[in-house]
Each structure stands twice: as structure tokens, then as C-alpha cells.
Design a protein around this ligand. Structure first.
Ligand code: CA
Length: 242
């Protein structure tokens, strides 16, 4: 038996079948799991058990999952992954905007679920240090390099000549690898709270960015569209110790 302290995952889900599946999957991957089947119990467990990560179903019997996010975010940055049966993009975007870290739509594979959990846990460990950006001031993924000192993006060592706005978009995504940034949060971050909430401007810039950085812009490797929700930049999953 290992002496390592297990990371604790709180699963909030009222459907017994899905709860059982989640609990089995997460436990088998070596995490300690605790569960709650309604919102009030969930809030109690978050304060009393301090989980390392929360899996949250949005449709709970006594409250809406988004109320849990809002409430939890008043006092902790514990990563929250929304498990959504809702197909509405507005619901996903609202969950992310209210402070969820990620979402996953039912049905999903256990591989996908565990990958999202690992990403969420890694970010919670590095959130303050922004370890994603190396001491050279660059974020690397595959053959893409975002240089935060020289304010340029290179592919295979060649400057791809982004416009200033294009650079700002890529630079913002590069600070949150593997995470969905909603259109709304990006527009607000890039052009301020009074910016018009028009996703079209992002889509136009993104089309141009993809022509410059992707070998096949219709099948991107680096920046993915989460349809109706936002964008996600690929995560550098290589373990580097140097
Ligand atoms: Ca439910």
C-alpha cells in the first residue's frame, strides 16, 4: 500500500447509475472519492472535506448546479468540472463564466473524464505560478511557440506574423492550456467589460490565426473550437524536468 495521500474527488450527481459509474471510474484511477446526491449535501461536504476537485452535475433535485458554482467560488478555487447532460451551449458557457473550470457532456468516455480531472488538478497546483510558461517566457506545444517576451508566435521556429489582435488572442489562450475559454470571457479580457459581446470578431480573427499556425486549418492541432462556447488551446502534456 502506498503512503501517498490520495487526492480527493467530490462527485455531485443525483442519478444513481451515473454516480456509480463515476465513482467506479474515478476510484479505479487511484483517487479517493466522496459523493453527494443533492446540492445542500454537496455544499456541506465541500466545506467539511475540502476536496481537491469537484465533478458537478448541473441538474440536481434541490438546486441548480450553477448556484453551487457561484457559492463555492466565493471562498475557494477548487477546480470544478461540470458534467452536463444539457446540450445547450448557453448552459455550458454560463457554467464556465460563473467559475467552473471545465465541462464534459454526457455521454463521455472514462479516458476523457480522467484526462479532464488530471488537467484540472494540475492547474490547481500551478495556478499561482503559471508554470505553463517556461523560464524562457514561452509556451510550447508541438511545433508551436508563443513567445511572451518577443510578443510573437512561431511554428517550427518561423515567425508566423500575427497581427497584434491575433497575438493577444493566442497569448490569452496560451495562458490557460487545455481549458475552454468562453467567447464572453475572452472578449471581456481582450477588449474590456464594455466591449460588444460579438463572437463574430473572434471567429474572423481565429480563421486568420489558423491559416497562419495550422497545417490544416479545417482540422486544427493547436486551437480547438468548442462549438457555441469558446476556444481551447492544446495542452503540452510532455513531462519536462529541465
Ligand atoms: Ca441530474
Amino acid at each position: 500500500m502506498s503512503n501517498k495521500i490520495l487526492q480527493k474527488i467530490l462527485i455531485i450527481e443525483d442519478d444513481p447509475g451515473i454516480l456509480n459509474y463515476l465513482k467506479t471510474t474515478v476510484s479505479a484511477a487511484g483517487y479517493d472519492t466522496i459523493t453527494a446526491t443533492d446540492g445542500n449535501l454537496a455544499l456541506h461536504m465541500i466545506t467539511s472535506h475540502c476536496p481537491d476537485c469537484i465533478l458537478l452535475d448541473l441538474g440536481l433535485p434541490d438546486m441548480d448546479g450553477s448556484d453551487i458554482i457561484t457559492s463555492v467560488r466565493k471562498w475557494t478555487l477548487t477546480p470544478i468540472i461540470v458534467i452536463s447532460a444539457r446540450n445547450s451551449d448557453e448552459d455550458k458557457a454560463a457554467a464556465l463564466d460563473s467559475g467552473a473550470d471545465d465541462y464534459i457532456t454526457k455521454p463521455f468516455s472514462s479516458i476523457e473524464l480522467l484526462a479532464r480531472i488530471r488537467t484540472a488538478l494540475r492547474h490547481s497546483l500551478t495556478a499561482s505560478g503559471n508554470k505553463e510558461i517556461g523560464i524562457d517566457g514561452c509556451y510550447h506545444v508541438g511545433e508551436l511557440e508563443i513567445d511572451y517576451k518577443k510578443l510573437r508566435v512561431c511554428v517550427r521556429g518561423e515567425d508566423v506574423h500575427l497581427t497584434p489582435n491575433e497575438f493577444r488572442i493566442v497569448a490569452l489562450l496560451g495562458k490557460h492550456p487545455g481549458r475552454v475559454l468562453t467567447y464572453k470571457s475572452m472578449l471581456r479580457e481582450l477588449w474590456g467589460p464594455s466591449a460588444p459581446m460579438d463572437n463574430k470578431i473572434l471567429r474572423v480573427h481565429m480563421a486568420s490565426i489558423r491559416r497562419k499556425i495550422e497545417d490544416d486549418p479545417t482540422n486544427p492541432r493547436y486551437i480547438f473550437t468548442e462549438v457555441g462556447v469558446g476556444y481551447r488551446i492544446a495542452e503540452n502534456t510532455q513531462e519536462t524536468d529541465d
